[in-house]
Design a protein around this ligand. Sequence first.
Ligand SMILES: Cc1ncc(C[n+]2csc(CCOP(=O)(O)OP(=O)(O)O)c2C)c(N)n1
Ligand SMILES: [Mg+2]
Length: 449
Amino acid sequence: MASLRAIARRGGRRALTAIPAPPAFVPLQARRLHDQVNHGTLPHTGLPLTPKLEFFNSVASGPIPTFRVLDGEGRVLEGAEEPEIDRELARRLYENMNLLPALDNLLYNVQRQGKISFYMTSYGEEASIIGSAAALDNADEVLGQYREMGVLLWRGYTLDSVMAQCLGNQEDIATKGRQMPVHFGSPTHHFMTISSPLATQIPQAAGVGYALRRMRKPQIAVCYFGEGAASEGDFHAGLLLASTVPSPTLYFARNNGFAISTPAAEQYHGDGIASRGPGYGIDTIRVDGNDVLAVYVAVKEARRRCLEQGRAVLVEAMTYRVGHHSTSDDSFAYRSRAEVEDRKKIDNPHIRLRLYLQSKGWWTAEEEEELKSRLKKEVLTAFKRAEKLKRFPLETMFGDIYAGEEPWNIKEQKEELARLLKKYGNTWEPWKNELQKFENNGKEFTEKS
Ligand SMILES: Cc1ncc(C[n+]2csc(CCOP(=O)(O)OP(=O)(O)O)c2C)c(N)n1
Ligand SMILES: [Mg+2]
């Protein structure tokens, strides 16, 4: 029987792989070892041989360094190359980084008032999210985890759309009020709908990237995930798939230090997420996620490599989750307030960029004040408008599940709801109030004979 290698040589594989494979990846430690003692190679594999009994792992050989451009005070590091970012782009980065907390402040609070069911903030991760979004092509297909609303905002997703999704009103065209808040999706913005089960997007992104390559599109797939999600089996399945198929997918790990209450240190014994990339033969970089310029530069180069090589690239952004995990969490149960306050002071992505802008003469104190109050006003106006809009008719929640004739289980559930609403919908105050929020006030159920 012909070996797989022989089939691949005859072109079975090559027909799918239009882009030439990059040179074989040899882990750094292995290469060093080979240089030290060259005893030839293992037959059939080309692996270097050594008589030394030596084990290695990423912890023992020292951590992977973190790429940084700006220091804590917004100055370009000695030896760093100042990126080609002009005044307009730099200001746009800063404005978008400020839009996130403006939205977070309002939506977090309105959740507390019971006006929306749930919310997740991006506090502390603004540079990672906005810096990466800015380095992508707006048509790159994004598969996010849930904390990447900033990518949509960068692409022009409106405040009205944000409110529509979080409030689940009749303008929530992607999910029609049937998803939890922050589970955004928008085909026009090339942003796949967020799904709650962790890490499902990681293997999916390998497939999306592969499809883009097969269609010969000049776009890549971009997959965001947390360091906690990277503990799921899907992470390994996804990266292996992306590296072997291969697939032009940019994997962006947001290492924000926590997976709800589990600190990152308990999440892995190796050198973070970055150390796993070389194991899959994937070009990898670790970047200071609170340095928007470094994130921008690293992701731009990662994207270029994805396209040029037709292969996956891994970026691990080191940042810190300043906010609670979500509105269902109180992080002071597992970390001190002092730790959070310290991090905000010592390594604040907003301050670092603002100081850089000021040093260039691209930003003033007056502009700072104007921006903050403008964003606050715009966000509040959008919320007030969204609050007045009705939700999709109540029966919408049963739609778009099965094609063709409505199956028995859906019919049964509808009848059950109609029975309950007819009994309590016009009399029990909480249900009566709730029904007023829907188009038709739920009449398709309460008045059903
Ligand atoms: C398969 C699965 N397991 C558990 C959860 C519950 N859960 C939701 S978010 C989360 C933490 C994820 O942490 P990380 O990936 O680091 O992202 P971060 O919240 O820090 O942005 C967990 C455990 C889930 N949604 N899906
Ligand atoms: Mg995390």
